[in-house]
Design a protein around this ligand. Structure first.
Ligand SMILES: [Fe+2]
Length: 288
């Protein structure tokens, strides 16, 4: 199956499940969950079998940004993190289902609040904050997905310092899937287009995630995230802070923001932004 076909199939499946979660008959809903398991399995296979450990999240964007596209982005990043920390094939499938369905509770929050193009009032934010538990309630009631998936869904807005919701859990008390989806969710949300703001660049979003280690995010999960996310895919053209234009030639597994490059001016000289003393004060500003 081509990547485009696969993206379409996964997005259609997400849309089907989210649409049905509110009104479906039991049989229809069971069918859509089993369809989701099929497509999630294919997605896991694609990522597990990819010899390149980096995930270019942009290659998975297909339509205009929306809940379905966001769910797909979160799923792809979550699988990549799960693969990096060595989860089994079965666990990866369950993690993928958790990521795919993480915001299903939002279908029960009034649409005017979900799609409000601007800052939410305290009352509106109070309503939004109900969605993890609403997701838990929907899926528990149907009894169609494993407990580990539901536990991840209900805890995807917890923060490791205990300031998250709905329970205020701390550190490793937050289930593994909840900690993984939290990191993937924030990265994908920051880098997605919203009606009221321009998307953050991958570098800005990665800096934000790194800045949140120990407060919002689990350190081990962020370490794995940094190993698998590729803000600048090999071959991409970038603008440097010193005004030069350069091309990415090799990733740096320890620091995704400082890969090896060559400058357009001198393609025969490869510069290691992580180790070259002359370039310590030079950063990648943006993709060309
Ligand atoms: Fe959420």
């Amino acid at each position: 199956m081509s990547t485009i076909q696969q993206k379409k199939e996964v997005l259609d499946s997400i849309k089907e499940i989210y649409d049905l979660s509110n009104k479906a008959t039991e049989a229809l809903y069971a069918g859509s969950i089993s369809h989701a398991n099929d497509v999630v399995g294919k997605l896991v296979d694609t990522i597990v079998e990819n010899p390149n450990m980096y995930v270019d999240i942009n290659s998975f964007r297909l339509y205009d940004d929306c809940t379905y596209n966001h769910s797909l982005g979160v799923t792809v990043i979550s699988i990549a993190i799960g693969k990096t920390i060595g989860l089994s094939r079965d666990m990866l499938s369950q993690l993928a289902l958790c990521a795919l369905l993480h915001d299903i509770g939002k279908m029960q929050v009034p649409i005017e609040i979900i799609s409000k193009p601007g800052k939410l009032t305290n009352e509106e934010f109070f309503e939004i904050k109900k969605h993890p538990k609403m997701g838990q309630d929907i899926l528990k009631e149907k009894g169609l997905v494993p407990k580990v998936v539901i536990d991840g869904i209900v805890t995807h807005h917890e923060k490791v310092d205990g300031t998250g919701y709905p329970y205020g859990l701390k550190g490793k008390k937050i289930p593994l899937f909840g900690r993984i989806v939290a990191c993937a969710d924030v990265y994908d949300a920051l880098t997605s287009t919203r009606p009221y703001r321009t998307p953050a660049t991958p570098t800005e979003a990665i800096e934000y995630i790194m800045g949140g280690v120990g407060h919002q995010f689990d350190q081990d999960i962020v370490k794995a995230f940094l190993k698998c996310i590729s803000p600048f895919p090999i071959g991409s053209c970038v603008n440097l802070s010193n005004g030069d234009t350069a091309v990415i030639v090799e990733q740096n597994p320890h620091c995704p923001m400082r890969p090896k490059i060559f400058r357009m001016e001198n393609p025969s000289e490869v510069i290691d932004l992580f180790n070259d003393n002359l370039y310590f004060d030079v950063v990648i500003k943006s993709l060309c």
